[in-house]
Design a protein around this ligand. Structure first.
Ligand code: NAD
Length: 244
């Protein structure tokens, strides 16, 4: 498929997991793709790689400007960089709440602010935010993380309303448990990683974790021309977890 031919995409957190799978898929479908990440050293051609920290506005602005210059503009922003957090409201102090909100919410705001002037010049402009089922599922031990993703969901709806008349669509994906290096790190921290993985898989209605490629497919749909009439939506990619 070459439905992204002529389109230019920027993927934040694109060096690993869902972001890397998305960058690879968009490139395979004909897009020119740049990745923005804290550590883009493992990113190779044909992807362009820019080192930036989404908590640092100057570094985001610089990386987005460099990517737009190298690609000759921007059509798609995949706002994907994010970090996890465990615990109830009693387990994380104010500093930790600010730190995780800074990455997961303000990080997306900063990248959007830097990308919007370029997206306005595109004839096919789309932003896709990586949200989570945590935004609406009421997961235990995930108060802080869920609150950040609830904010991403609200942000997606508000941005969709703000920018629809400029021809910029804004949607999000809500993944369930995805088999990325992040989840691998959590499993490795357990006393028996293999047993922990088996238990996690058994909790999924499908009996397996979601693959990064499956989330990338949903992001590509929302970023691409076939979703041209879709804005302000959340697409679940959760193996049936939603609604259980
Ligand atoms: P990952 O850890 O494999 O990849 C995240 C990438 O983001 C890394 O390359 C990391 O370097 C980058 N990153 C982190 N902080 C950054 C910062 N401050 N500035 C720039 N880059 C930064 O994680 P993943 O599982 O692929 O998660 C990607 C997104 O998907 C996150 O927003 C996460 O909340 C969301 N998500 C993941 C799951 C899951 O089960 N893995 C489920 C739902 C949602």
């Amino acid at each position: 498929m070459s439905d992204f031919a002529g389109l230019r995409a920027l993927v934040t957190g694109g060096a690993s997991g869902i972001g890397r799978a998305t960058a690879d898929l968009l490139a395979a479908r004909g897009a020119q793709v740049a990745v923005l990440d804290l550590d883009p050293s493992a990113v190779d051609k044909p992807l362009l790689a820019y080192r930036a920290d989404v908590t640092d506005d100057t570094s985001v602005r610089t990386a987005v400007a460099q990517a737009a210059e190298a690609l000759g503009g921007l059509d798609v922003l995949v706002n994907n960089a994010g970090i996890g957090a465990r615990g109830t409201v009693e387990d994380n102090d104010d500093e930790e709440w600010r730190r995780v909100f800074d990455v997961n919410v303000l990080g997306m705001v900063r990248a959007a602010r830097a990308a919007l002037p370029h997206l306005r010049r595109s004839r096919h402009a789309a932003i896709v935010n990586t949200c989570s089922i945590a935004a609406t599922a009421g997961l235990p031990q995930r108060a802080l993380y869920s609150a950040t993703k609830g904010a991403v969901y609200s942000l997606t709806l508000a941005m969709a309303a703000d920018h629809v008349r400029e021809g910029i669509r804004v949607n999000c994906v809500n993944p369930g448990t995805v088999d990325t290096p992040w989840v691998g790190r959590l499993l490795d921290a357990a006393p028996d990683p293999a047993a922990e993985r088996a238990a996690l898989e058994a909790r999924q209605p499908t009996g397996r974790l979601v693959s990064p490629a499956e989330v990338a497919g949903a992001i590509a749909y929302l970023a691409g021309p076939l979703s041209g009439a879709t804005t302000g939506t959340a697409l679940a990619v959760d193996g049936g977890m939603q609604g259980l």
